[in-house]
Design a protein around this ligand. Structure first.
Ligand code: NAD
Length: 504
């Protein structure tokens, strides 16, 4: 139920109601219900959003099915699809500031983080506009007189379920390769942050994507997401979110043997060797954990420092962490934004409390933050925890907040062993000036992304995805197109005499 205060706050927005988009039309849910989405930095209601029922999911899947089975998009010339993707990107560019502001208001992230992520979303569409043109089948060597070639055919109707931490970027990572490949989709954004994904869906239609190709349903994961994952009309589920949810989705999808790609959680190590450029490593390690308020799947949340430079590194690291500014997310001076929700804030704090109870040392932060003018929001202090052991909860589990745990290592062998001592395998960072060491260690770490002396993990074109329980499939890259297509092998007999294989 919504309160009068919430209704009033929502009315003050330029746009107070966000509808779903099904079959090219903006629609309210079948039973007319809505939910409220909030500004995490203030705790205030931001907008009403249509609440999908299973009936709405059925309609969206039907629309996507109809568009895929009988529509023109999958058969349209690849150049036309590429032009449409570029048009989407160009509309996004023309509305850049509006999209950034909406992303900040709905997610609580800092302005600079949102700017970078919206820009990357735009570049994703541009990347796939180019990539799809070069995506093709093969001609294979087979014994004569036969000819074999493969066709890359669009896979079908794809359910795409995304999390709240990068709302616009995750929507782009999903939509761009799928529609470039000729698929039809039903996107489900996180119910905490649905707004920019809805606007992006509207932009797709403005750019000329035909009705039914891009649909969006808004609602909670347990009903809408779970129903999509088991829906018989869906051919593939592409999911980004927690590892536990990913396992559940995979089980549901297995009933009709849907294709599945999973981009899941992480607990990524950050290894600083004694021969590193210490200042660069300090800056990169700060960014690695506190960017996006630590709410990043690839957050470098386990910091391992070679024991000979531990003191020197920590002194600089803690001093710089103290300079991080929490404040108005719309200010370009703000480094660290809000936490997405009160529930997530409690999760983060309970991890920090568990570290204290288990005997770790809170070197910095360790509690809720007060931000002037944003008293109703959800804020947590950048937190550094030292003196941890490998079996502590804070070392083993994904916290998904601005919390880093720090330990020492003796040598390269131990660094690699510690880095791999996790069920996850999403990313890892290595700081060293020794190129041979960097290459050696990169080869030994079980993770989908390795950063060498780089605070940044990915750009459009860089494969992104997990080893181990961080999931499977790669996004953001050319190979993603293979995950939205089926490979059809065509074998053709080219001899002049009929074959009689049974010799009858
Ligand atoms: P989440 O798993 O709770 O939710 C993700 C999405 O799944 C949301 O849209 C949610 O509504 C939906 N959902 C929830 N339960 C569902 C169910 N039973 N069936 C179907 N759908 C369901 O994750 P979150 O809290 O939104 O996001 C944080 C997680 O996402 C972290 O674990 C983070 O590491 C991960 N993540 C991974 C990547 C990556 O690329 N590997 C990127 C971003 C975030």
């Amino acid at each position: 139920m919504t309160t009068t205060r919430e209704e009033q706050a929502v009315k003050s927005m330029k746009r107070d109601f966000y509808e779903m988009v099904i079959n090219g039309e903006s629609v309210k849910g079948a039973n007319g219900e809505h939910f409220i989405t909030y500004n995490p930095a203030t705790g205030e209601a931001l907008a009403k959003v249509a609440k999908a029922t299973k009936e709405d999911v059925d309609r969206a899947v039907r629309a996507a099915r109809q568009a895929f089975d009988h529509g023109k998009w999958k058969r349209s010339p690849v150049g036309k699809r590429a032009r449409t993707l570029n048009k989407i990107a160009s509309i996004m560019r023309s509305r850049f500031n509006e999209l950034v502001e909406l992303e900040v208001l709905n997610s609580g992230k800092s302005l600079t983080a949102a700017q970078g992520q919206v820009m990357q979303a735009i570049e994703d569409f541009e990347f796939y506009a180019g990539a799809i043109v070069g995506h093709r089948g093969s001609v294979n060597n087979v014994p004569g007189p036969f000819m074999n070639y493969t066709l890359k055919e669009p896979l079908g109707v794809c359910a795409q379920i995304i999390p709240w931490n990068y709302p616009m970027m995750m929507a782009a990572w999903k939509i761009a390769p799928a529609i470039a490949a000729g698929c039809s989709i039903v996107l489900k954004p996180a119910s905490l942050t649905p707004l920019t994904a809805i606007v992006l869906t509207e932009i797709c239609h403005e750019a000329g994507v035909p009705e039914g190709v891009v649909n969006i349903v808004t609602g909670d994961g347990a009903t809408v997401g779970a129903y999509l994952a088991e829906h018989e009309g869906v051919d593939k589920v592409a999911f980004t979110g927690e590892t536990g949810t990913g396992k559940d989705i995979m089980a549901k999808a297995s009933k009709t043997l849907k294709r599945v790609t999973l981009e899941l959680g992480g607990k990524s190590p950050n290894l600083v060797f004694e021969d590193a450029d210490i200042d660069a490593a300090v800056d990169g390690s700060l960014f690695g954990i506190f960017y996006n308020t630590g709410q990043s799947c690839e957050a470098r949340s386990r910091l391992y420092i070679q024991e000979s430079i531990y003191g020197q590194f920590m002194e600089k690291f803690v001093a710089k962490a103290k300079q991080l500014t929490l404040g108005d997310p719309l200010s370009k001076e703000t480094h660290v934004g809000a936490i997405i929700s009160e529930k997530q804030l409690e999760v983060i704090d309970s991890y920090v409390q568990s570290a204290k109870e288990e005997g770790a040392t809170i070197v910095l932060g360790g509690g809720r933050a007060k931000v002037d003018g944003f008293e109703g929001g959800h804020w947590y202090l950048p937190t550094i925890i030292a003196d941890v052991t490998e079996n502590m909860k804070v070392v083993k589990e994904e916290i998904f907040g601005p919390v880093v745990v720090v330990s020492k290592f003796k040598d390269e062998k131990e660094a690699i062993q510690l880095a791999n001592n996790t069920d996850y395998g999403l990313a890892a960072a290595i700081w060293t000036k020794d190129h041979a060491r960097a290459t050696r260690v990169a080869g030994m770490i079980q993770a989908g992304t390795i950063m060498i002396n780089s605070p940044f993990s990915a750009f459009p074109g860089t494969p992104f995805g997990g080893y181990k329980q961080s999931g499977f499939g790669r996004e953001l890259c050319i190979e993603t197109l293979d995950l939205y297509t089926e490979t059809k092998s065509v074998l053709s007999y080219t001899g002049s005499r009929p074959l009689n294989p049974f010799g009858l």
